[in-house]
Write a protein that binds this ligand. Structure first.
Ligand code: ARG
Length: 563
């Protein structure tokens, strides 16, 4: 039984049913300050019904509580403060973590139901942007978190591999392209072609016409168009996959926009049958005035489909194919209008499951406080940036611990982990400034700091030749270890909260607190001292390490054993 419940029941008994157990549970608070106890019950509600001063009620109630399993119960003003018996709680919590290891915190809330996660989803023939990095990192963390609470995550990379821009690209390639150059440096080269043709299109309207025609051909399955498109796609994917390997992220599906090409007619037909389509300036739309939204553009006047048309088909395909319990789209906040339209159209089509769709949006990344912009040359090229992070991590290791085995591997874990952790440490709707130096610092709220704490614990355990045991009797009398125990005890709730809010930062913030609490403990307590409490202190250190490692894993960050 958890402590809140234990205390609620004691209050319930003492009050003799004056309040229901649920009411009591809802009233319980966490005191601001830990020397006010672990849980507090405010007497204001009772004061109202009894027409008495809350202070009097609190002191009367404190007297009546059965203190079995508690250290003490104290009335302070209008509150009854409960102090848990720290040693029995510590013994129980540590024993549980030591016994369950990385399964501590597992929950079966999802009963295996699927959660589809639309994540990463870069555009073919365009650079992988920092927004795509955020989507990849946040999406992957959410997948791990949902898995931990019993769902089956499905990571879907909804590649931007369809649309009129491919018409533009084909025109550009046919006019100026060089096969060799594209093979050598696909994304750079294709981007150059794309920029050049767009510039030309500004003064030459024929380009636009040609591009439309080529996209038309593509949608109609023309062989030449398809084979060029496929080649661009393969080359780009190869480059993206190098990045995914570096980031250690996998996908269950790469079904991008093109995948829905042959599923679009059916969707348009449903819209038609339900009487949702209207003509507007030659184009076909779904009017969303009643929702206060702009119309959803389903088909252009030339019959070409659009981004949202493909997303409608994709949403339906995912429901039919995976029967998801939730469908998440990890995409930047600038697309929030698009996802509102998408949900509204699906709702109008009569699909109640539209309510299970969630746009998990996130904020913009800046550098030196300035917005990133391809045009202004303020861009972050991800592959070289990641390599630089790894190199810098290696330099730090060489300075601190030159004899470390597997240096390259550890540098990779630290460098990539630093970038991921930094992305996940703030609430996702906030943006952040991309500062590699700060990300890689071993001090402050960083990935390397947390990883280092884990490695430090492993080194302590190795020194002590620690072997895990069950039922270690804990008899601590310091407040630092108690802080750790309370955090360990909270881990399952933390995971649940992160899932409910689609917010990996709940876990990052938690693991920073845990690492800080351990380092404080380490500074005040001689863990390795040979005395009675040794096994208990090692068990606490071991449990802390387990929960740090598992928290990092949920965030997609590895924990080296030594660094
Ligand atoms: N390719 C899009 C972009 O880079 C993101 C796609 C997001 N997913 C979706 N189902 N619309 O902006």
């Amino acid at each position: 039984m958890n402590d809140k419940k234990l205390i609620a029941e004691k209050i319930y008994t003492a009050l003799d049913g004056e309040l229901s157990l649920d009411d009591i549970l809802n009233l319980l608070e966490k005191p601001k300050n830990s020397d006010m106890g672990d849980i507090a019950f405010p007497a204001f509600t009772l004061a109202k019904t009894r027409h008495m001063a809350p202070q009097a009620i609190a002191s009367d109630l404190a007297e009546k509580i059965d203190t079995d399993g508690l250290e003490k119960v104290v009335a302070t003003g209008p509150y009854v403060n409960f102090f848990l018996d720290k040693n029995s709680v510590s013994t129980k919590v540590v024993d549980q973590v030591v016994g369950e290891k990385e399964h501590y915190g597992d929950q079966n809330i999802g009963h295996g139901a699927k959660v589809t996660i639309d994540m990463s989803s870069p555009n073919i023939a365009k650079p992988f942007s920092i927004g795509h990095l955020r989507s990849t990192v946040i999406g992957d963390a959410l997948a791990n978190i949902y898995q931990k609470i019993g769902y089956t995550p499905v990571r879907i990379n909804h590649l931007g591999d369809w649309g009129k821009q491919f018409g533009m690209l084909i025109v550009a390639y046919k006019k100026y392209g060089n096969e060799e150059a594209v093979r050598e440096n696909p994304i750079d080269e294709l981007l150059k072609l794309y920029v050049r043709i767009n510039e030309e299109a500004e003064t030459n309207p024929e380009i636009d016409e040609e591009a439309r025609a080529w996209f038309r051909k593509l949608e109609d399955g023309d062989e030449e168009a398809l084979s060029l498109w496929k080649w661009f796609r393969d080359e780009s994917l190869e480059e993206f996959n190098r990045l995914y390997n570096k980031m250690d992220v996998d996908f269950d599906s790469y079904n991008g926009e093109a995948f829905y090409n042959d599923k679009m007619d059916a969707v348009v037909q449903i819209l038609e049958d339900k009487g949702l389509l209207e003509e507007s300036q030659g184009a076909t739309i779904v009017n969303l005035d009643d929702e206060g939204l702009n119309p959803a553009l389903i088909k252009k006047s030339d019959g070409a489909t659009l981004y949202i048309t493909r997303d409608i088909a994709a949403a339906k395909y995912r429901k039919d194919n995976y029967d998801f319990a939730k469908s998440l789209y990890v995409v930047g906040g600038e697309q929030s209008g698009h996802f509102k339209q998408l949900k509204a159209v699906l709702k109008k089509m009569g699909y109640d499951w539209a309510d299970d769709i969630e746009h998990v949006s996130f904020g913009l990344v800046t550098r030196d406080g300035k917005k990133l912009s391809t045009r202004k040359g303020n861009i972050i090229r991800l592959e070289p940036t990641m390599d630089e992070a790894i190199e810098r991590a290696l330099a730090q290791i060489n300075a601190k611990n030159p004899d470390l085995p597997n240096k390259e591997r550890v540098a990779h874990q630290v460098g990539v982990g630093a970038i991921k952790f930094y992305d996940l440490k703030n609430e996702r709707t906030n943006g952040y400034d991309f500062n590699l130096e700060e990300m890689l610092s071993f001090e402050g709220e960083t990935g390397p700091y947390v990883q280092y704490t884990y490695a430090r614990i492993q080194s302590i355990l190795r020194k002590a030749d620690y072997k895990a045991q069950s039922d270690v009797e804990i008899d601590f009398n310091d407040s630092d270890s108690w802080e750790i125990v309370k955090l360990l005890q909270d881990f399952p709730n933390v995971i649940k909260r992160a899932a409910d809010k689609y917010e990996p930062s709940v876990i990052s913030k938690y693991v920073i607190n845990l690492a800080q609490a351990f380092n404080k403990y380490y500074a005040h307590v001689r863990i390795l001292e040979e005395n009675e409490g040794l096994q208990a202190r090692l068990a606490l250190a071991d449990s802390t390490a387990t929960v740090i490692k598992e928290s990092l894993r949920l965030l997609g960050v590895e924990a080296p054993e030594e660094m």
